[in-house]
Design a protein around this ligand. Structure first.
Ligand SMILES: Nc1ncnc2c1ncn2[C@@H]1O[C@H](COP(=O)(O)OP(=O)(O)O)[C@@H](O)[C@H]1O
Ligand SMILES: [Mg+2]
Length: 149
C-alpha cells in the first residue's frame, strides 16, 4: 500500500474514503490474515467517524459508537470479526494486553481498528496500517493513510 494523502471537505467524504478502504481490504487476495489499523488524531479529528464508514464498508449493520468507556467492541461480519478499540482512557498498553489484544491481533479472522493507537504503539504489529487525521477547519480534514506512522 502506497502512502495516500487526502484532503476532505465534508464528513460524508471521510466515511466514503473509509468505506472504500474497508472494501479494498476485504477484496484483497491476502485478506486471510489479521488486519490492524492504528488511528491517530486529536479529540474530534474524526477517528470514530472514519470507523463508522469503515464498519459500513465491512458490512457491519449495527450503529458504531465510540467505545471510549468500554475500550473494546466486537462486531460479527461475514466470515470475520471487526474489533473497534479506543485507547483514550488507557493508562498503559498493559490494560489492552489484559483484554486479550495479543490473541485478537493474531487471529486471521480479525480486522482491528485502534483509536488513539499512539498510546499503545509499542504493542501494535509492525505491519499495521496507520491513519492520521488532522482537523484543518470546521469540516476540512487531512487524512493520511500509510504503512508507517
Ligand atoms: N470531514 C470530516 N470528517 C470527519 N468528521 C468531521 C468532518 N467534518 C466535521 N466532522 C465532525 O467532527 C467530529 C469528529 O468526531 P469523532 O469522529 O468522534 O472524532 P474522534 O473519534 O477523532 O474524537 C464529528 O462531530 C463530525 O461530525
Ligand atoms: Mg473517537
Amino acid at each position: 500500500m502506497k502512502k495516500e494523502i487526502h484532503i476532505i471537505y465534508k464528513e460524508i467524504e471521510t466515511k466514503d474514503l473509509a468505506r472504500k478502504l474497508a472494501q479494498k481490504i476485504l477484496s484483497e487476495k491476502t485478506s486471510q490474515k489479521p488486519i490492524v489499523i492504528g488511528l491517530l488524531g486529536d479529540l474530534g479529528a474524526g477517528k470514530t467517524t472514519f470507523l463508522q464508514g469503515f464498519a459500513n464498508g465491512l458490512g457491519v449493520k449495527e450503529r458504531v459508537l465510540s467505545p471510549t468507556f468500554v475500550i473494546l467492541r466486537k462486531f460479527k461480519i461475514k466470515r470475520r470479526f471487526f474489533y473497534h478499540i479506543d485507547c483514550y482512557r488507557l493508562k498503559s498498553p498493559k490494560e489492552l494486553l489484559d483484554l486479550g489484544f495479543k490473541e485478537i491481533i493474531h487471529n486471521h479472522l480479525n480486522i482491528i481498528a485502534v483509536e488513539w493507537a499512539d498510546k499503545v504503539k509499542k504493542i501494535m504489529p509492525k505491519n499495521s496500517i496507520w491513519i492520521k487525521i488532522d482537523s484543518m477547519g470546521e469540516n476540512k480534514r487531512r487524512i493520511i493513510i500509510d504503512k508507517l506512522c
